[in-house]
Design a binder for this molecule. Sequence first.
Ligand code: CUA
Length: 342
Amino acid sequence: MVRSGNKLKRILSIAPLASAVAWAQGVFAQVPQSVFAPAGPVAQTQLNLLSLTLWIAIGIFVVVGSILLYTVIRFRARPGDPIPKQIQGNTTLEVIWTVIPIIILIVIAVPTVRDAFGLASPPPVDDVLNVRVIGYQWWWAFEYPDLGIVTANELRVPVGKVVNLTLESNDVIHSFWVPRLAGKMDVIPNRVNTMWFVAEEAGIYYGQCAEFCGTSHANMRFRVIAQPENEFHAWVEGRRAVEAFSPANDLVARGQAIFESTGTCFACHNVDGTAANGQVGPDLTDFASRTTIAAGLLANTPENLARWLRDPQAVKPGALMPRLPLSDDDIQALTAFLYSLE
Ligand code: CUA
């Protein structure tokens, strides 16, 4: 009896389990889109809830699993055993296993309801950044209504500032998710949802559409780029300075001419200061300052841009950007033009 008591204690010991869980969390925290590496108060609050539920679930698993294992071994049928005493119903046990789950659910429900309401509206501060997010198949538009800026797929924000988002969809249901900053929020046609976050450290935070929305759902990525306040303002000022685009050289001028000619880029894309004011595809006014193209799929390099211009669907299946009959010279000129857009 003493021996099996020790055995039970060993089975019940959660020290190895706790270190296994800590190890797993450490590993998951390394991946770019990890809820285990929160970088702001919203994600931190949500992780606290997740951890509470996780540890309660682990506790239940250990207790129930241990009792089950112990019982199966200790009371297993041996050859020649008589039929055990037949029992039907046990009021005490039934009360216990009804009351314990009720207590557990209350322990989970109280902080969950508190935080769900707490996170529903942003902190009451005046100094906020407002951003209108619009989901498209399969990219993201980011509009800064107070700053007069429109950009795509890379959401620049100042570190430490409350960012208020309104989320709308141009077509189908998407979901806006930056795991290190805040949980998912659905982006629904004909409806405006809201959410907020604060990025407490400068850096790039990876985001991803989290609601299946068609062929290139998995390719509907984006980034939140959190910058120190002065760098963010430098970017804002740079964007505001665009009035009339003047090409720096002949190649850029040729690229601009192709961009603005009938049946090409300008019908869908806007570039401030040029004749291009299409509203179907991403705004390209600050194209050269973006780190990626094709909704976060490719690094923004001349090789990748050429690859994209040659055959968009080969890069992003289902992409609405048509395959234009562009010669290598055309692509070279367009590339020169696009990289002059800072
Ligand atoms: Cu948009 Cu999935």
